[in-house]
Design a protein. Structure first.
Length: 139
């Protein structure tokens, strides 16, 4: 049994594609073996939606949830962090102030941002990069 929202989605697709009632029922029977959308199960619903998408329906009602990025830090993130630290070290040196030129100072900043001396996950890297951006924006 599918939800009311899923049934509404099917009926929206039927209206967008301007399917006649008989054609819609034939599609349900061909793809899921039922004559009514209320009799669909999840497997049948997925088959019908795939067929409707092939026919030109663009399902914009379902948007995946935004989740915290997982996994190890990417090489691109490592490169951005390294470049930002080099830029910060250059700016501080030009102003005659010590900062971000040693590993100890960089790891201290990392600890303040993500709680670790070296960012290990993508989420940690995002926190460090955003912290670096904030400092670079201050000038």
């Amino acid at each position: 049994m599918i939800t009311t929202a899923q049934i509404k989605l099917l009926h929206t697709a039927k209206n967008v594609l301007q399917l006649a009632e008989d054609d819609y029922r034939a599609l349900l029977e061909a793809e899921a073996g039922v004559r009514s959308s209320t009799d669909l199960d999840n497997r049948g619903l997925n088959r019908v939606l795939k067929r409707l998408q092939k026919m030109g329906f663009n399902n914009t009602s379902h948007r995946p949830l935004r989740r915290q990025p997982r996994g190890l830090i990417t090489p691109e993130q490592q490169q951005i962090i390294r470049a930002n630290y080099d830029e910060l070290a250059r700016r501080y040196a030009a102003a005659g102030k010590p900062g971000f030129d040693t590993f100890a100072k960089r790891s201290g900043f990392n600890r303040r941002c993500c709680g670790k001396a070296m960012p290990q996950t993508r989420a940690d890297a995002i926190k460090v990069i955003e912290g670096q951006k904030a400092i670079l924006a201050r000038g």
